[in-house]
Design a protein around this ligand. Structure first.
Ligand code: XIL
Length: 356
């Protein structure tokens, strides 16, 4: 082959490569355009998660083994990232326990949900003490420094944060916590913007309870989310805590309808803290367990059916360690770590194919 022929071949080969590259690009652009509409859509299976306590994981081999043997892919430190633990003294950050919790999850290949940054509870005494007179000018830098320090410390390690926790009252009005009272309603916007500026890659959530219903509270949350997004605030997800019980159990259809409307805004819609308190049900143990399993399954099914529900997290996994105390028996494993019917119900509901 002479030089010209080789060159022509080379040219046509490179033209081929170029057109192939263009085709790939076109597909990518197309995919990008469609994913722009559904950018919050989950890829793959729902991630199963649980809250956990690092002190127990370190001291109890049984707890640790159980925590690691059920296929959890995401862990939420139950209290280790709270402000009252990390910033016990103003401006001095103690990351020892928090780092242990995060390192534990990563050592075992699990993601971490960062929980929570701005909440009216679990505040350090120096901050919450009634004699401390805060003004917007003095409190705003405290909030911003706290958020910046936490998000920067875990940038690249913690990919999602409950930036604002429990901002609403049952009637949909803004909860009068310290941040709201002193800084004003825009503490929510400022908190989200501050976190985003430090780690633009993190998915930022508003997380609240009793938002599974179609009522004043979820309507107000929806209006809030819509407003924030219209102002360009980097809200990425809604955390539905779903602390449920046997008296007024979560309804799958209402939770799914909520996930659908928030999802349509381009937000993720995760279940972040589910448990099912059974102490209000006067029935045999068998009936209690079955009722609880059905309630867990309803929420898991709503999540599975919602493309924007990325993860399903229970607030602990064993009744041995629940914030609700021993009578509630709210989790999928008994105090002796034996799987309850709820466990099979959750895994079955999450695995089920969605659609017809
Ligand atoms: C509970 C936890 O279980 C405690 O360990 C924590 O320190 C405080 O309260 N909504 C939330 C969680 O967002 O942080 C709460 O967790 C339960 C209600």
């Amino acid at each position: 082959m002479n030089g010209r022929g080789r060159r022509r071949r080379l040219l046509s080969a490179s033209a081929l490569i170029a057109s192939a590259a263009l085709a790939v690009l076109a597909v990518a652009v197309q995919a990008d355009a469609s994913s722009a509409a559904n950018r919050a859509d989950r890829r793959g299976a729902v991630i199963l998660g649980t809250a956990f306590r690092i002190t127990v994981a370190q001291s109890s081999r049984r707890y640790r083994e159980q925590l690691l043997s059920h296929g959890y892919r995401s862990l939420t430190p139950e209290y280790e990232l709270q402000m009252d633990g990390v910033e016990r003294m103003q401006g001095i950050f103690d990351f020892v326990q928090a780092d242990r919790a995060v390192a534990f999850a990563h050592a075992h290949g699990m993601a971490i949900r960062g929980h929570p940054l701005v909440w009216g509870k679990q505040l350090p005494a120096w901050l919450a003490h009634p004699s401390t007179r805060w003004t917007r000018a003095t409190l705003l830098p405290v909030m911003e420094q706290w958020i910046r320090t936490m998000v920067a410390h875990y940038a690249g390690t913690v990919a999602e944060w409950d930036v604002v926790n429990e901002p609403l009252n049952q009637n949909g009005s803004l909860r009068q916590n310290l941040w709201e009272q002193v800084i004003g309603p825009d503490y929510i916007r400022i908190a989200l913007n501050t976190a985003h500026a430090v780690d633009p890659g993190a998915v930022l959530y508003i997380n609240d309870y009793s938002t599974e219903w179609l009522d004043a509270k979820s309507n107000a949350l929806f209006a809030l989310a819509k407003k924030l997004l219209s102002e360009g605030v980097p809200l990425g997800g809604i955390g539905f805590q779903v602390h449920s019980d046997t008296r007024s159990p979560v309804r799958a259809a209402q939770l799914e309808a909520n996930m659908k409307r928030f999802g349509a805004l381009g937000l993720r819609t995760d279940v972040t803290e589910m448990d099912v308190n059974t102490s209000g049900l006067r029935a045999s143990e068998r009936v209690k367990l079955r009722t609880q399993a059905r309630i867990f399954a309803a929420a898991a099914a709503a999540c599975r059916a919602s493309p924007t529900c990325w993860s399903f997290t229970t607030w602990g996994f064993t009744d041995r360690y629940s914030w609700l105390g021993p009578a509630a028996q709210p989790l999928p494993f008994a105090a002796n770590y034996k799987a309850k019917p709820a466990w099979a119900a959750i895994t079955r509901a999450l695995a089920r194919k969605s659609g017809p």
